[in-house]
Design a protein. Structure first.
Length: 197
């Protein structure tokens, strides 16, 4: 494909290029041929041919410009980093909401990593966020949808978005549970729907 067109495309649509490369090349060829290699030919057939080529090209570009996951924007670049969890905990977690404390460790427009500490959290769900919890310290009993389990250090808990996967956790013992939360899109308190408090 002619590299001139790449600047018009949404980055999320780039994986679709192989699917539309053929129609775009046909449209460019029809348009180029119908104009006589850049010279306008005034015959009814050439105008029709050129119009068809431009229509195919326009439709292809329109599809590419609008195809993207609706909840995401273009990802921002990550920078290399080494984050020492113990240092973050020593400073104290920055945010408090709904019975838990957390700090954002890093995020982009499409995902994030947060460090959480909680003793309990009431039943709730996230309409748009998928969560992956990696337990660092403490033990908890939790329920996700109809599944009840006890989790501890080294366990990975997967919580899909949606009401069917509402969840709650209660620490076992006096120590809070500390975990890394990987979320897509990034965690936001506005994406919490409380079912009980």
């Amino acid at each position: 494909m002619d590299s001139r067109w790449k600047f018009l495309l949404d980055p999320m649509a780039l994986p679709l290029l192989p699917l539309v490369r053929g129609p775009m090349q046909i449209a460019l060829q029809i348009t180029h041929t119908s104009t006589g290699g850049g010279q306008m030919l005034n015959t009814r057939g050439t105008r029709l041919c050129r119009s068809a080529g431009l229509a195919v090209l326009g439709l292809t570009l329109l599809v590419l410009a609008t195809v993207r996951p609706p909840a995401y924007s273009a990802p921002t670049a990550l920078k290399p980093a080494v984050i020492h969890v113990d240092d973050v905990l020593a400073k104290g977690l920055e945010h408090k909401a709904g019975g838990f404390s957390f700090s954002v460790l890093d995020e982009t427009a499409t995902g994030g990593v947060e460090l959480f500490s909680l003793k309990s959290v009431a039943r709730h769900y996230h309409p748009t966020e998928n969560h992956f919890l990696y337990i660092l310290k403490g033990r908890a009993k939790g329920q996700i949808g109809n599944v009840t389990a006890e989790v501890g250090p080294g366990d990975l808990v997967v919580i899909p978005a949606g009401k069917d996967y509402s969840h709650q956790f209660q620490a076992l013992g006096s120590e809070p549970v500390e975990f890394l939360l990987f979320s897509t899109p990034p965690f936001h308190a506005k994406d919490i729907v409380w079912l009980q408090r």
